[in-house]
Design a protein around this ligand. Structure first.
Ligand SMILES: Cc1cc2nc3c(=O)[nH]c(=O)nc-3n(C[C@H](O)[C@H](O)[C@H](O)COP(=O)(O)OP(=O)(O)OC[C@H]3O[C@@H](n4cnc5c(N)ncnc54)[C@H](O)[C@@H]3O)c2cc1C
Length: 287
């Protein structure tokens, strides 16, 4: 198993923020993961997928990291009822594989730049669908390092949230194929085209910074209104700025620090609270 020490965390997050990591383990299979039992149970250990919803603080991260990017990637159809994916598989690969097999329902995952494990943890979603809508079973490692297969009903899920309880790692997932849905060949491309036209997908960001306060109020619209009413003295703090394409995406111009990000987030939260009495909740995980 590959192990890196004293390495910058910037390249392990899509927003390119963070100090150094003391140690990162890269398990490639279950045997590697089992050897990390003690590491998994340390309080500060973090599991890392593609780092597309994470920023690390500028100081060094002193806990251990386990990155699943090199973990065995596996995708298959199980009969006509299930799709199997291992946690390190990218959401885009999953969406394309399912599309190629003319199975509907997974198209929204194309364009979410994370791993399946990260998507399960965040209950990632788009176009009014969420990944847990598709889940039948997951395999996890629990706090006693047992490998357990759990049905969807064991989890309480909500918007961008899953109650993890004693779960340490998502290992793989069995998705249920919805036979009542009709396959639409154009849908994968049309979702992706829509994404490209409304989101700055080629810049250093972590997607939406704040959760939407409700299904009818978007964080992006609230921030947009602050900008248009001149309530922000600047849309940039240090090297982090609000994207003109999508106000809930904050971009690192290459010189940004996590402190810049946190300062910009804090200014916005304060302004939104004072104008709208809404407490914006972070979607990005900052460690
Ligand atoms: C351009 C862009 C567009 C985006 N669009 C969307 C979108 O449309 N919808 C959306 O929901 N999100 C979106 N995101 C955010 C992000 O891609 C998702 O949250 C994604 O699911 C995170 O996956 P990841 O592998 O990168 O997880 P990471 O960022 O690496 O981790 C996220 C969290 O999951 C935990 N974790 C990761 N893997 C595992 C595992 N196997 N077991 C247990 N815990 C784990 C981490 O510890 C962390 O707490 C976008 C991000 C970007 C940069």
């Amino acid at each position: 198993m590959k192990i890196l020490k004293n390495i910058s965390l910037k390249k392990f997050t899509t927003i390119r923020l963070g100090g150094n990591a003391k140690i990162i383990y890269f398990p490639e299979n279950m045997d590697d993961l089992k050897t990390l039992k003690k590491v998994l149970n340390k309080e500060k250990t973090i599991i890392l997928g593609n780092g597309s919803n994470i920023a690390f603080k500028d100081n060094d991260y002193l806990g251990d990291l386990i990155c699943l990017k090199k973990f065995k990637k596996s995708l298959s159809l199980i009969g006509t009822k299930n799709v199997y994916a291992s946690a390190g598989t990218s959401c885009a690969r999953l969406a394309k594989f399912v599309h190629k097999n003319k199975i509907p329902g997974f198209e929204f995952l194309h364009g979410i730049p994370g791993t399946v494990g990260g998507a399960l943890t965040m209950n990632a979603g788009a176009f009014k669908q969420e990944i847990w809508d598709l889940v039948q079973y997951v395999t996890v490692i629990d706090k006693n390092a047992n490998i357990v297969k759990l049905p969807k009903s064991s989890f309480k899920t909500s918007y961008r949230k899953v109650q993890m309880k004693d779960i340490k790692v998502f290992i793989d997932v069995y998705f249920k194929i919805n036979i009542n849905l009709k396959f639409k060949n154009y849908l994968l491309d049309s979702y992706f085209t829509k994404r490209k036209s409304t989101q700055p997908i080629h810049q250093w960001s972590s997607g939406c910074i704040f959760k939407n306060p409700s299904s009818s109020i978007s964080a992006s619209a609230l921030i947009d209104s602050l900008i248009h009413k001149g309530k922000l003295s600047s849309t940039k703090f240090g090297g982090i700025y609000i994207s003109k394409k999508h106000c809930n995406y904050f971009i690192n111009d290459g010189t940004g620090t996590c402190l810049d990000l946190e300062n910009l987030m804090s200014i916005i939260k304060k302004e939104i609270y004072s104008r709208n009495k809404i407490n914006l909740e972070s979607e990005i995980c900052i460690y």
